[in-house]
Ligand binder design. Structure first.
Ligand SMILES: Cc1cc2nc3c(=O)[nH]c(=O)nc-3n(C[C@H](O)[C@H](O)[C@H](O)COP(=O)(O)OP(=O)(O)OC[C@H]3O[C@@H](n4cnc5c(N)ncnc54)[C@H](O)[C@@H]3O)c2cc1C
Length: 419
């Protein structure tokens, strides 16, 4: 009896989703081959899944979001697949596409070589601020939050770099923590305890959303005691001897901050991959319709924010994971049976105006499918608990992937272009 491995690198939204999809819909549909069984191996540096979406509030207050709400053990969530699922705590260090192996550095520092029949790259992105990225284990993130919360309790001026959703949400959470909730009709806090400054490189915040929504976001931030500086960038942030941070702006101004949060974007986790597999933004280059990583040879796919095909985000996974995993199944069936492959399933990016951003615990802005969403709806969908109650457990235990999802084959197979 031999075992063939569907190897998944990265255990977050994309990798966990791909693993559940493979166990529930891919492996059960493979043709039976005498003496061969297929299993899923998931490699991730931490044993815990991090509900990153809640980062802006969890970083600020463990009373509002305790660790048990943002960290979820991965292995027990796959108990239903005992014998077919393996978890390796470690990081992919090297890939040999010709030999179909990935070298993994395990948590105990050993090198493990894993041979794959099929490979899914889902190693995501790292944020410049340690507040929004889990590294080796959940307790490290907890101590990062403890340190931040201690410093925040005495902070008089906090600067946040970056006018995207993470910067806006973080500014709102910090401002409300420092200054409290404003009265119903007030335009600012009564007795502000601290100043919060959000630095936005553009003339508006929240790039995906229209300007009018950005203006409303600014109004809500102002009510909580946060100001927004537009059209300037953070050039550098250096620690001073007094324990402060000197934030240098592109327009020549400097701000001495008690705390600085860098929310200026993300960096793909691809340093273990050869350059030939990457695009010019260091994302994994793939066929944008099939999500195959064609330069890596057959049976290699990418899902999640690390892929060249996506503008990122958790909602996009609902479109991308079924595509990559259906094409993986088609390719594996052809590989096992020796018959020509069936039709491809295609990914189409949803590029509509779609994003919701809570601003403090009571307000928020956003749009869904091109329609502006009222503040109360943003609160209901996300602001209450950053979607933990609605989505965290189904994401980690695979209930989100109970159904394979319907699709119609298009005529022909997708071309070899890489996006
Ligand atoms: C603060 C914040 C708030 C957000 N809020 C929202 C939101 O409200 N809605 C939304 O749609 N999106 C949101 N996003 C974006 C969302 O978090 C990402 O789209 C999502 O995390 C991407 O998931 P992923 O699985 O592709 O990658 P990641 O979540 O980045 O996970 C990658 C995983 O791979 C692991 N890994 C890295 N390197 C290796 C390696 N060499 N070997 C093995 N494993 C490795 C990492 O440790 C990690 O566990 C937010 C992002 C941030 C930072």
């Amino acid at each position: 009896m031999s075992t063939e491995t569907i190897l998944i690198l990265g255990g977050s939204f994309a990798g966990i989703g791909a693993a559940h999809y493979a166990l529930r819909h891919t492996i059960p549909q493979l043709p039976k081959k005498q003496g061969v069984t297929y299993t899923v191996t998931l490699v991730n540096p931490s044993k815990d899944f991090y509900w990153r979406i809640a980062g802006p509030r969890a970083a600020v207050s463990k009373q509002l979001i305790p660790p048990s709400k943002y960290l979820y053990p991965i292995e027990p969530a796959f108990a239903y697949a005992k014998g077919t699922f393996n978890f390796v705590q470690g990081s992919a260090a090297h890939i040999d596409t010709a030999g179909h192996t990935v070298s993994v550095t395990t948590a105990s520092g050993q090198q493990q070589s894993i041979h794959y029949a099929a490979l899914i790259i889902a190693t995501g992105v790292t944020t410049p601020s340690p507040l929004f990225t889990q590294t080796n284990n959940g307790s490290d993130l907890e101590s990062t939050y403890n340190d931040f919360q201690k410093a925040l309790s005495t902070a008089k001026h906090v600067v946040i770099g970056g006018g995207g959703p993470v910067g806006v949400e973080t500014a709102g959470e910090i401002a409300e923590f420092l200054n409290g909730k404003p009265g119903f009709l007030s335009s600012g806090p009564k007795n502000p305890r601290g100043k919060v400054t959000l630095i936005c490189a553009d003339k508006k915040m929240l790039p995906i959303l229209r300007e009018a929504i950005s203006k409303t976001a600014e109004k809500y931030l102002n009510r909580l005691g946060a100001e927004v500086l537009y059209n300037t960038k953070v050039v550098s942030a250096t620690s001073t001897e007094e324990g402060k941070t000197l934030v240098q702006l592109a327009d020549g101004k400097t701000i001495q901050a008690d705390l600085y949060v860098d929310a200026t974007g993300v960096r793909p986790n691809t340093s273990f991959l050869p350059k030939e597999l990457l695009d010019n933004r260091n994302r994994v280059s793939c066929n944008p319709r099939t999500l195959r990583v064609e330069a890596a040879g057959p049976l290699v796919y990418v899902v999640g924010d690390v892929g060249s095909y996506t503008r990122g985000g958790v909602m996009d996974m609902a479109d991308a994971i079924p595509v990559a995993m259906t094409n993986l199944k088609t390719d594996l069936v052809a590989h096992i049976s020796g018959k020509p492959p069936g039709p491809d399933r295609y990914y189409t990016a949803n590029l509509k105006e779609q994003q919701i951003a809570p601003i403090g615990t009571a307000k928020g802005v956003g749009a869904f499918g091109g329609w502006r969403v009222p503040s109360i709806m943003v609160w209901f969908l996300k602001g209450r608990d950053y979607m933990i109650g609605m989505m965290a457990l189904p994401t980690v235990n695979g209930d989100s992937w109970k159904k394979e999802g319907k699709w119609k084959p298009e005529v022909g197979r997708a071309g070899l272009s890489s996006g």
